[in-house]
Design a protein around this ligand. Structure first.
Ligand SMILES: C[S@@+](CC[C@H](N)C(=O)[O-])C[C@H]1O[C@@H](n2cnc3c(N)ncnc32)[C@H](O)[C@@H]1O
Length: 193
């Protein structure tokens, strides 16, 4: 399994947003939507061996944690608007614990710490960081998790929590890339191995 955890530092945590203003009023949810696209879409198919967890940490009800599992997901299309509609639907779901909102899409109030704690039981965690070790030189196992920021790097606190899992820092190259491009590069790197 390939897993991605993307930290949406200001991403909106209510369903109160318009699908035609995703860049403006959603705390840059648009970045997370593009990460979903990069995580799953092939030219003619969906990657079934990928899971992405979006940490929505903006106002008014943080955290909201959206998990999308490629082996189960349905109704996912490549455009940001329709993915935003699925996430808006997830944000409307009331209840406790992790709830299934539509096939392969789950919502919870799990903290970033809980998410990491759960994932690290079965997956090796890596931290995507510009000044890390070159990913091309690092052997990677079958179940791997990559943590990255949105348009902002991880905060000192987020980094401190992540470091408890002793992740190797991996660099994808000498430039600082958009989060969704990082997901694409990681998928490509793993495809080529
Ligand atoms: C758009 S970047 C965040 C802001 C960026 N660090 C800057 O200074 O403009 C989003 C995230 O992608 C990851 N990232 C970007 N470029 C990377 C690279 N070359 N290698 C590894 N991770 C990278 C990091 O996790 C980063 O937090």
């Amino acid at each position: 399994m390939r897993r991605f955890i993307v930290i949406g530092h200001r991403a909106i945590t209510s369903a109160d947003f318009k699908l035609d203003d995703l860049c403006g009023s959603t705390g840059r949810l648009d970045i997370l939507l593009r990460c979903v696209n990069s995580a799953f879409f092939l030219s003619h198919g969906i990657r079934r061996d990928v899971e992405i967890t979006l940490m929505l940490l903006g106002e008014p009800n943080p955290p909201k944690t959206i998990r999308i599992n490629g082996s189960e997901v349905k109704y996912l299309n490549p455009d940001e608007r329709s993915t935003a509609a699925l996430i808006r639907n997830a944000l409307l779901q009331k209840g406790e614990g992790e709830r299934k909102c539509s096939p392969g899409i789950f919502v919870s109030e799990r903290s970033y710490e809980e998410v990491l704690s759960n994932i690290s039981k079965e997956s090796k965690v890596y931290y995507l960081k510009e000044e890390g070790e070159d990913i091309r030189k690092v052997p990677l196992g079958q179940d791997v998790t990559f943590v990255l920021g949105d348009d902002q790097d991880l905060t000192a606190v987020e980094e401190e929590i992540l470091m408890r899992y002793e992740p190797k820092k991996l660099s994808l190259g000498p430039m600082s890339y958009h989060a969704d491009h990082c997901v694409t590069v990681v998928n490509n790197e793993l495809d080529r191995r």
